[in-house]
Design a protein around this ligand. Sequence first.
Ligand code: HEC
Ligand code: HEC
Ligand code: HEC
Length: 131
Amino acid sequence: MYDGKKIIPGLILFLGIVTYPIWHNTVSGKIDYVPKPKIPADKKECVEPKALIRVNHKDLLDDWKMSVVRSGIRTYQASNKKIYTMSLTRTCMNCHQDRKEFCDQCHNYMGVKNKCWDCHMYPKELKAEVK
Ligand code: HEC
Ligand code: HEC
Ligand code: HEC
């Protein structure tokens, strides 16, 4: 038997659920949202090539931390033979000054959380505190 009173609201509910991802993103203005990490305009290259650092920065930072904390070794020779000081604040954040415009762009999008900034400072934050 056809019961329009039940089927129509049921259909509307069903459509609402299956199309939720589409209208939710539209309503929240995120339909085309992609992270846009702001690259420092005055710098040409990262410690390692972009394709590598993009995927491996977590491991690189881990290696740096272990090297400094466990072995007291603070210099890193990159694959292009350049020498860097192994430091999150003084090296990475010296170029990527504001984590909100850079690191967080990707991390918020991907739902990556870390506690690094509970202890490590970044230049934008330091400037704000001096004021
Ligand atoms: C509880 C505080 C704390 C947290 C949280 C923390 N660190 Fe550290 N980290 C330290 C301390 C203390 C050192 C040793 C500093 C030194 O000897 O120069 C260090 C050293 C390092 C170093 C090498 C030295 C330097 O100046 O950067 C790296 C790289 C590093 N941490 C990365 C990270 C990353 C990445 C995270 C987040 C995943 C993190 N740390 C979270 C306290 C912390
Ligand atoms: C000398 C300045 C400099 C230092 C130091 C530096 N970066 Fe970079 N970083 C850059 C530049 C410039 C780019 C863009 C490279 C390109 O477009 O080829 C970049 C790219 C990246 C990317 C990829 C961004 C994307 O859009 O895919 C990540 C992730 C990154 N850096 C993280 C780090 C981390 C973590 C450190 C410390 C271990 C670090 N950077 C140290 C200048 C630097
Ligand atoms: C191009 C996008 C992008 C940028 C820019 C970026 N990250 Fe990441 N980061 C990721 C992704 C994706 C992951 C999770 C995948 C993984 O663990 O490798 C991640 C993971 C991490 C982790 C490990 C978190 C955990 O505990 O699992 C650390 C630490 C980290 N990023 C530090 C940084 C720092 C510091 C910066 C800024 C200097 C930065 N990232 C910039 C994309 C990015």
